[in-house]
Design a protein around this ligand. Sequence first.
Ligand SMILES: N[C@@H](CCC(=O)N[C@@H](CS)C(=O)NCC(=O)O)C(=O)O
Length: 211
Amino acid sequence: MKIYGVMLSPFVRKVHVICAEKGLSVESVPVGMGSKDPGFLAASPFRKIPAIDDDGFLLSDSSAIAHYLEAKYPAVPMLPADAEGRARAVQYDEIADTVLVPAFAKLFFNRIVAPRFLKREGDLAAADKAEAEELPPLFDWVETVCTDGWLVGKAFGLADIAMAAPFVNIEMAGCVPDATRWPRLSAWLGRVRGRASFTRLAAVEAAILRS
Ligand SMILES: N[C@@H](CCC(=O)N[C@@H](CS)C(=O)NCC(=O)O)C(=O)O
């Protein structure tokens, strides 16, 4: 299966981690936004990353891909089987994509993407303001939903992956939640980031950042 998209995107990271957890072999096609790669354009009509080509089945949107992979490769489940657990996981995935990612992106875009990849200055004041004012209430909320184990049910899954993925981006941008202020969040994040599916990607991501 081909996965289109650079790993620095939290949405792309989500799909790679799911595939790793499920033991699927993938080929990474690290296209960026605005790529004219014909395979990517066919798979992602609005040119958003990630997209996949699974033996000719083309699909974009990380959540759509997550649900496709769950249905097609169910042996290692990433979603709870019960109605409440499944709904909660879908909700946390959506919150990660629509609340955490846009807020966290203010740090990642202005401190990393703009200077390193677009060769222009980022709006550092906007990044600092987001870090000081927008992120703490979001960390407060995550703190309330963290348990001693995984976010939903007893097993690691989509909710953990989707919610942790954007934290990788803010860490790259120099922001790590204070473990004394957000101890449950920090401990949960440590457990997630310690999984092989995350640590293997970290090496690739570090190389991209160095390039
Ligand atoms: N809901 C989509 C969001 C994907 C998305 O917005 N990806 C960004 C990169 S992080 C992108 O491709 N942006 C390009 C654009 O908006 O033109 C998903 O979950 O895959």
